[in-house]
Write a protein that binds this ligand. Structure first.
Ligand code: TRP
Ligand code: SF4
Length: 330
């Protein structure tokens, strides 16, 4: 299968990104042809006022990907804004996308209601899913790995594809399918959504000591005041982390030990640390071997490959739109 997915460069990645997206990418790249890109134009749709250094953020994002195990010899890695065809296709798709589809988009309505610190009443934010559609169909994606929140965008992409085919009488694109991430969302150490702004996340680039300080400070079952008080793992975040990172045997030991007051929370957190370290330690090793030059080279190669695909697709698209010429008639 051809797989396409993107991530906005908004800062360093945490364990939530790893479980929700990266782990899936790393699995998918084994058997599929994957295109993974830095969605820097998309980042601007909400952060155009923030004076971000998107060049630097993009490089740091790719560093996190490579450290996590995304393999540039298997997957094509590139930066969205280096492939101008994304913008070209976005223009054409904007011409045929009904406003109602965008105004009804649940993620649009949610964000408008939630985000109060930024003014996102812009054309760019409304048409976010149109750009996302261009990203996907430019490369004939069969599957798009995404989290739950992105589902409406894939639906819009499918609708735009059908509308394009209908209007121009030509089947130029594939209808992409969503590939929902198999792991549920991991909460931050305070029980809220894992996020930079809440300071409750464990980053992929942290040292073991830093991870431990965060785990140590995390709240557990409030019923367990003393070590001899039995607890309920179901109400404890550390148990969630065990379920995400520990093996079956450890999870069972935690569950029993917690309920019977056979273990203490500090001990439980130490096991949790070791389980998380089994993921983070190899990342640290890989990260240490990544140079600026390496990242630049990976992105340059990726750009070349993406560019070739995108240019070929735009040729067919432009023939259909401007000359009514078509290889596969609808
Ligand atoms: N909207 C996605 C997100 O916020 C990022 C993204 C942009 C994307 N273009 C894409 C994801 C294309 C998949 C395919 O997570
Ligand atoms: Fe949470 Fe573990 Fe303490 Fe139980 S023993 S409350 S699961 S930290």
């Amino acid at each position: 299968m051809r797989i396409v997915s993107g991530m906005r460069p908004t800062g360093k990645l945490h364990l939530g990104h790893y479980l929700g997206v990266l782990k899936n990418w790393i699995e998918l790249q084994k058997e599929n042809e994957c295109y993974f890109f830095v969605a820097d134009w998309h980042a601007l749709s909400t952060s155009y006022e923030d004076k971000l250094n998107l060049r630097e953020l993009s490089i740091e994002l790719v560093r996190d990907w490579l450290a996590a195990g995304v393999d540039p010899t298997k997957s094509v890695l590139f930066v969205q804004s280096t492939i101008k065809e994304h913008a070209e296709l976005y223009v054409l798709l904007n011409m045929i996308t009904p406003l109602g589809w965008l105004e009804r988009n649940p993620t649009y309505k949610d964000q408008l209601a939630q985000i109060k610190t930024k003014d996102i009443h812009t054309a760019g934010f409304l048409t976010y899913p149109v750009l996302q559609t261009a990203d996907i169909i430019l490369y004939d994606a069969d599957g798009v790995p995404i989290g739950e929140d992105q589902r409406p965008h894939i639906e819009i992409a499918r609708e735009i594809v059908r509308r394009f085919h209908h209007l121009f009488g030509c089947e130029v694109f594939k209808e992409p399918k969503e590939l929902l991430s198999p792991t549920p969302r991991l909460l931050g150490l305070d029980g809220r959504k894992m996020s930079k702004s809440y300071n409750n996340a464990i980053y992929l680039s942290e040292t073991k000591e830093e991870v431990w300080q965060k785990l140590r400070g995390a709240v557990t079952d409030p019923q367990r005041v003393r070590k001899s008080d039995p607890g309920n793992p179901e109400v404890c975040l550390i148990y969630d982390y065990h379920k995400a990172f520990s093996d079956e045997e450890t999870i069972k030991k935690v569950e029993e030990g917690c309920r019977t007051a056979g273990i203490g929370c500090v001990e439980c957190k130490k096991w949790c640390l070791e389980s998380i370290e089994r993921v983070l330690e190899p990342m640290r090793e890989r990260r240490a071997a990544i140079s600026e030059d390496m990242i630049a080279e990976v992105l340059q190669k990726g750009e070349q490959r993406a560019k070739a695909e995108a240019a070929k697709k735009m040729q067919a698209v432009n023939e259909a739109v401007f000359e009514q010429r078509c290889e596969v008639e609808k």
